[in-house]
Write a protein that binds this ligand. Structure first.
Ligand code: AMP
Length: 190
């Protein structure tokens, strides 16, 4: 299987690029941000708890996210592989993901981190806020989410670096350009 952990600061184009890689490589896309927003829309108990944290730019508890991912993976198996988009964001989640994959007789192939400057991130997110009207896309919340991202990426990337599974891709150009770079990394590794 080809199992990619895709990481990127908010506004790096992670969601768009993930969808393109999914099509190209015939993978299943799992975005914990999208799953949480669906729970919020449904008004479920985990959704209510998550909604308050997301609105403050904070991470949702590991147990909540891990349980959602475990169920999703089970439901989608068998398949060619997964793109984990926005997950794992903590070491605990990374460990749990290894266990989830091992239970399915597979493993994480690689982590790819998208890289883009902070000025560009803020520019992109403010324009997305104007289009989508997401309540967590205000300038205060964006700055908070970027800071949280920088705190968390070190822990998670270190987790995959020691396993020799960590790669970076420059995503300051177009999504198509980012896609081509990702496909190159994938073809070298597989
Ligand atoms: P995203 O759409 O991936 O930027 O996620 C939006 C928000 O959902 C984040 O700012 C977090 O509050 C929450 N979230 C998404 N994925 C996770 C995760 N793996 N762990 C904890 N919180 C998450």
């Amino acid at each position: 299987m080809l199992n990619i952990v895709l990481f990127g600061p908010p506004g790096a184009g992670k969601g768009t690029v993930a969808k393109k890689v999914v099509q190209q490589e015939n993978l299943v896309h799992l975005s914990t941000g999208d799953m949480l927003r669906e729970e919020i829309e449904r008004g479920s108990a985990p959704g209510k708890e998550a909604g308050q944290l997301i609105a403050r730019g904070q991470l949702v508890p590991d147990e909540t996210v891990v349980a959602m991912v475990r169920e999703f993976v089970k439901r989608k198996m068998p398949c060619r592989g997964f793109i984990f988009d926005g997950f794992p964001r903590t070491t605990e989640q990374a460990k749990e993901l290894d266990a989830i994959m091992a239970a399915q007789g597979t493993a994480i192939t690689m982590m790819i981190a998208l890289e883009v400057s902070e000025d560009e991130i803020i520019r992109r997110m403010l324009s997305r806020a104007a289009i989508e009207g997401r309540p967590d896309d205000t300038i205060d919340i964006i700055s908070k989410r970027i800071a949280t991202y920088h705190e968390k990426i070190k822990i998670t990337s270190d987790y995959y670096k020691v396993q020799n599974k960590y790669y970076t891709v420059d995503s300051s150009a177009t999504p198509e350009n980012t896609l081509q770079q990702i496909l190159l990394v994938v073809s070298h590794k597989s």
